[in-house]
Design a protein around this ligand. Structure first.
Ligand code: THU
Length: 134
């Protein structure tokens, strides 16, 4: 990765790992954190929030995106998702669709475990090719 991109990835991964500390996941015991970079430089974070009625669980990525959009954010430049130990968490199908709704197809998405390990870089289009849109 280029130096500035690497710096952005490192900062977002740090923010996502920190956000995972707030995860409410008593059912899965699987904390996930997400950090979204806004074009103005701000970072909005999210964590997974579970419910005894399992279908109501909300993933970290959607928490971050919904927080940002609800505060007027619309222009996003990068996203980091951190979860899992040896095998990092990649966004689920529902989150990929929500990411594709709000983020440009060439936007970088950084994936890393909760601690240590490498940061993998992918894009919105790679996560959800042939995206449905109206
Ligand atoms: N989860 C996320 O927050 N993001 C993902 O990309 C995958 C899964 C959460 C949902 C649930 O709280 C827990 O991880 C286990 O599935």
């Amino acid at each position: 990765m280029l130096n500035q991109k690497q710096q952005d990835a490192d900062e977002l991964v740090k923010a996502a790992r920190n956000a995972a500390k707030a995860a409410y996941c008593p059912y899965s015991n699987y904390p996930v954190g997400a950090a979204l970079r806004l074009r103005d430089g701000r970072i909005v974070t999210g964590c997974n929030i579970e419910n005894a009625s399992y279908g109501l669980c909300n993933c970290a990525e959607r928490t971050a995106i919904f927080k940002a959009v609800s505060e007027g954010g619309r222009a996003f430049t990068a996203l980091a998702v951190c979860g899992g130990k040896e095998r990092p968490a990649y966004p689920c199908g529902a989150c990929r669709q929500v990411i594709a709704e709000f983020c440009p197809s060439d936007m970088p998405v950084y994936i890393a475990p909760l601690e240590g390990g490498d940061i993998a870089a992918t894009t919105v289009a790679e996560l959800l090719p042939l995206t449905f849109s109206l």
